[in-house]
Design a protein around this ligand. Structure first.
Ligand code: KG4
Ligand code: ZN
Length: 352
């Protein structure tokens, strides 16, 4: 275990997370407590409930993270918490706790951008892996696919610039909305992915959307087409409610397979066009939707064909977690950066 020990805190949405990293970036522990049960009756995340749950969960989550790392709060030397983007009330809980711990212990504090956490997460090794992460490369292209973002970034010597952004719905969000329309419980994304595995996309096709000449992502068109198609199916089959259990009709499985193929197809389209315009040699893919099975099968094939080195986020860090926040903070710390805990504020929307 090398110095300094970093405590990471993440409470931007509905996961209460705490992690401990050592100075080389080894993940000593990463604990994520999901609030799924609390939000499920509402079909999505309820901000007020998220804040309360973070407060209630924090003692157990942080206690577990410290215990698994085999350290106490007194051993912590650097503190990091997510400052945004996210739900302000939820962010405030983790950020305030982080500020308090940093202030009380006179530790350097880092208010971390949530997307910066995702962006560097493909370089982390699984918790308990004795190997430190590989040194951060000087330049790479970062692809973040989550519930709030579908974005491409260029990272050069620690400076991050945006290549392409979400124009409307983010990729994870449309998986959730299509699943919700079919009666699936929150979070619908993983379940839609699972059902799509059993369908055949050949029966119908959704075109891959583009946003003019830009590389920006646009998923609202695909969402509307999928919802219309569900309506059409319901006229033929009667109401569809996959939440009620039972075997989903084959047409629904095929529809989900076609939907997923187009969603993932858009990601590959953007990569292909970016690579044509300015070839790159290293691609790091992260975010909750980077858990998508089709994406995880197709990306290595695409990368191999283009001679691109691929870092696909380990599944343990694809969804929101605090290891990625502590890691981003460690990278900032090494560059001599630090934040004033009194000045750091939670913000729902902030550019990277
Ligand atoms: O990164 P994340 O945990 O939270 C945000 O920062 O948004 O991402 C959560 C999103 C949700 O929309 C969820 O449905 C989606 O990622 N997701 C998936 C899959 N697993 C999670 N989307 C598609 N396929 C999956 N296997
Ligand atoms: Zn996230």
């Amino acid at each position: 275990m090398t110095q300094p020990l970093v405590l990471g805190i993440e409470t931007s949405c509905d996961d209460t997370a705490c992690a401990v990293l050592d100075g080389d970036g080894r993940v000593l522990s990463s604990v994520v407590s999901s609030q799924l049960a609390a939000h499920r009756p509402y079909g999505g995340v309820v901000p007020e409930i998220a804040s309360r749950e973070h407060l209630a969960n924090w003692p157990a989550v942080s206690g577990e993270a410290l215990a698994r790392a085999g350290v106490s709060l007194h051993d912590i030397e650097v503190v990091a918490a997510t400052r945004g983007p996210g739900l302000v009330g939820a962010l405030l809980v983790g950020l305030s706790i982080g500020k308090a711990i940093a202030f009380a212990g006179r530790h350097p504090f880092h208010a971390v951008h949530h997307l910066e956490g995702h962006l560097y997460s493909p370089f982390l090794r699984p918790p308990g892996d004795p190997q430190p992460p590989e040194p951060m490369p000087d330049r790479f292209v970062g692809l973040v696919l989550s519930g709030g973002h579908s974005s491409l970034f260029a990272v050069e010597e620690g400076a991050v610039s945006t290549i392409a952004e979400t124009r409307d719905d983010a990729i994870g969000e449309v998986f959730d909305k299509v699943g919700k329309r079919l009666g699936l419980p929150y979070p619908q994304g993983p379940k839609v992915d699972e059902l799509a595995e059993r369908g055949t996309p050949g029966a119908q096709r959704f075109p891959v959307s583009r946003f003019g000449e830009t590389l920006d992502f646009s998923y609202s068109g695909l969402k509307s087409q999928a919802l219309l198609e569900i309506e059409r199916l319901e006229r033929a089959l009667g109401p569809i409610d996959l939440g009620a259990g039972g075997e989903p009709p084959e047409q629904v499985l095929d529809l989900l397979a076609a939907f997923r193929e187009s969603a993932v197809g858009q990601v590959l389209d953007r990569l292909e066009r970016l690579h044509e315009r300015r070839p790159f040699s290293l691609l790091a893919v992260s975010g909750g939707a980077a858990a998508n099975r089709l994406l995880r099968r197709q990306l290595p094939v695409w990368a191999e064909r283009h001679g691109v080195d691929l870092r696909l986020v380990p599944l343990v860090y694809s969804g929101d977690n605090a290891a990625m926040i502590a890691h981003a903070a460690l990278l900032r710390h090494r560059r001599g950066l630090v934040d004033d805990p009194f000045a750091a504020e939670a913000e729902s929307r902030i550019p990277i």
